[in-house]
Structure formats: structure tokens, C-alpha cells
Write a protein that binds this ligand. Structure first.
Ligand code: E4P
Length: 213
């Protein structure tokens, strides 16, 4: 499973990228709005830092608007992937973008059916929102597992991005299920790195070393 960061914060992205395991970035309108900066500049800067797909989402709800926005965003950098919500116009836009050679990430996916349709429409990536499915009392990981099973069964080459990851065990479960990618917030990546026994171990090694020399 490849690791993406779900962030639009340059400092966070740079810090995580420096550790060498980052394979891409996803943003969304909420994350970008939090930065209070020019959208295009933020996306460009992210692309200059991370060598991998960078998802930038459209705001329009109609096909034409989505395609116009997508074309503008795609001009920023060859690694830009356009995030399109799975709606009827969204699927049409995914189809048009595919024909134009623009890569898309079907977002706000909450069911295996939405994932299947988006993949068949031409999305390069589909993003089931595990945490938000859990939030409404359903099983986000079960949806993720269904999607992986269906894509495997039919050799669908769209990649699945486990999104809306809320805690480190979501990442473990997504990896075990076979998700191609997980997009993970900065704070959760930090939790994944940390283990109390690592800290205790370092302290003990240092203590023993200092006593001997
Ligand atoms: C993914 O592409 C989304 O930006 C993200 O994972 C949404 O997560 P949230 O449900 O925590 O907002």
C-alpha cells in the first residue's frame, strides 16, 4: 500500500516528504480553505515538493464547469489529478476527462457501486471515505474490502485510495485488505511513526552507553 498525505499544508507535506515514504498527496476544498492561500499556488508548490500524484478537487457541480476547472488545474503540473465527486455530472466529467487524457480521482465514494461506476467511467483513482462511512454507523472497511474484491475480480486497473482515515488502525486494516493507497492526515502519519517502546528503547540504549563510556 502506497502512502499519500491528505493535506494542503506545505510545512506538513515537506516534513513528511523528507522521510522518503510519501508517494502522493490529496487535497480537498476544506483543506485548501484552511490554508487561506491561492489555490493554484498551493497545488503548484505541492507538485514541486512531492514526486507523485497530487489530487486537486473541482468546486463546480455541473459537467461543463467541472471540465473547465479540471483543465485549468491540470495545466499546473503533469502530476495533478482531478478530484471529481461521484454524481451524475461527475461521472460525465470523469468520462470527458479520460478522453482528454486528464487523470481523475473519484471522490466522496461511499459505496462499492459508486466505485465500480466511477472506475468504468474512466477514473484513474477511486476514494472511498472510510471514516465518514463509520461516522454514520456503517462499516467503512467493509465497503473498502468490497471495492478491492470487485476490482480484483474484473481486473479493473483504477487504483483504490482508502480515504477519510481517522486513526492508525484504519491504515493497518486498509493495507491488510489490499488497498493500493491510503491517504492519511499529517497527525495520523505522526501517530503511525511513534511507538512508546521505541522511545523507551532509545532511552535505555543511551543510558547504558553513557554508563559504559
Ligand atoms: C480524501 O481524499 C479526502 O480529502 C479526505 O480523506 C477526507 O477525510 P475526512 O473525512 O477526514 O474529511
Amino acid at each position: 500500500m502506497r502512502i499519500f498525505i491528505d493535506s494542503a499544508n506545505i510545512k506538513e507535506i515537506r516534513e513528511i516528504n523528507d522521510m522518503g515514504f510519501l508517494a502522493g498527496v490529496t487535497t480537498n476544498p476544506t483543506l485548501v480553505a484552511r490554508e487561506k492561500r491561492d489555490y493554484f499556488k498551493v497545488v503548484k508548490e505541492i507538485c514541486e515538493i512531492v514526486d507523485g500524484p497530487v489530487s486537486a478537487e473541482v468546486i463546480s457541480a455541473e459537467v461543463e464547469g467541472m471540465v473547465i476547472e479540471a483543465e485549468r488545474l491540470a495545466e499546473i503540473h503533469p502530476n495533478v489529478v482531478i478530484k471529481i465527486p461521484v454524481t451524475e455530472p461527475g461521472l460525465q466529467a470523469i468520462n470527458i476527462l479520460k478522453q482528454k487524457g486528464i487523470s481523475s480521482n473519484a471522490t466522496l465514494v461511499f459505496s462499492a457501486n459508486q466505485a465500480l461506476l466511477a472506475a468504468r467511467a474512466g477514473a484513474a483513482y477511486v476514494s472511498p471515505f472510510i471514516g465518514r462511512i463509520d461516522d454514520i454507523g456503517n462499516d467503512g472497511l467493509a465497503v473498502l474490502s468490497d471495492i478491492i474484491e470487485i476490482f480484483d475480480q474484473y481486473m479493473i486497473d483504477s487504483e483504490v485510495i482508502a480515504a477519510s482515515i481517522r486513526h492508525p488502525m484504519h491504515a493497518v486494516a486498509a493495507a491488510k485488505i489490499g488497498s493500493h493507497i491510503a491517504t492519511i492526515p499529517y497527525s495520523i502519519i505522526k501517530q503511525m511513526i511513534k511507538h512508546p517502546l521505541t522511545d523507551v528503547g532509545i532511552e535505555k540504549f543511551l543510558h547504558d552507553w553513557r554508563q559504559a563510556f
